[in-house]
Design a protein around this ligand. Sequence first.
Ligand SMILES: [Zn+2]
Length: 390
Amino acid sequence: MMLVSPSDIGAINRGRILQALYDNGPTSRADLARKAGVNRTTVTGIVQPMIEEKLLVEGKAARPAVQGGKPARPLFFNRDAPMLAAVLLLPGRIQTCLVTLTGEISALEKATFDVNGDVEAFKRILTETLARSLEQAAQPPFGIGIAAGGMIDSDRGVIVTVSLAPVLTGLPITDILGTHFGLPVVIDHHPRALLVGDRWFGPGRGQQNFAAIYTGEVLGGAYYINGQVYRGLAGSGGELGHTVVQLDGHACNCGKQGCWETIATLSWLRREAERLGLDRPDTVTSARLVAEAEGGGSRAESLLDRYARNIAVGIANLQQTLSLNFYILHGDAATGGAGLSSAIERHVRSFVLTRPNQDITIVSNGLGEGHTALRGAAGLVVSEHLKLKI
Ligand SMILES: [Zn+2]
């Protein structure tokens, strides 16, 4: 019985080689063969057409490791290859840009829209903003990737609902942009785009299992399991912010009660800051609390620790369920830097039963949420265009 057809094997090998390149940076053919677990002939067969297509370039020859050996020329993605277009769509805010295959962002454009406004006005703002980014591309991009907040049907390319931006509800956004610009369009949920950004261009490089956790006005997350992004049915998997952590707890934006999101977002933090009498409670962020705690602010310190514990409880549940061991923080939580991530790590360890040799690591992606999400949206196009299973 044949389980994998020859064309599947070709796609798998191509995926392995390209992932090895993303994971290791510029790499010679010989090293690439070793790291991807394929032979030299296979590597040549796969990379040669990509060099001809100008997707990959050969760098300067490195000095040979063995005397008299042939100098190896490292291969990497071509910065001058056609770019990827990326869109970040959050309630009331649009960002668009171009991203190179190596992850550099340019032609960043921003706009705002009325979350309760007219859908035609929204479409016009979106297409005009993206057009301004696309005008700056030297050649047509491979495609458009969208990272969007709310509930997304990634299979059908539709925004199902966004409680904080009703104008987006039911919008067939990939069709709209695909028709307007004549380019392939892919969409995914904002936290999953952060995860893809981590996987291609950030601390998730080379990891086989990890989760991305975002805190801000909302709380979201996404997971990468055994080398694949987990999407669930029609991309509905991973509504992590709405897992219940408190029976009969606070009312949530989703209409239910006691969701993780009700105790680990900026609104919780600001409500508590007000209750404790902190200065300017409505502008409190993790970054500010870390600075105040370092300056001896005991109320800031204890609030920060409670916030860390509230973030930790959801991560602990995820750890108990999937045992991913590696978590990357985004959004407000990431602005708390190493101080906050280590406090969260300590609380997670206190919640879960750790096994021998099990190391739970929590890091922040300090690049800034906009940039990681845009890179992630571009990463969705990379995955699609290069037929990578991510
Ligand atoms: Zn909820």
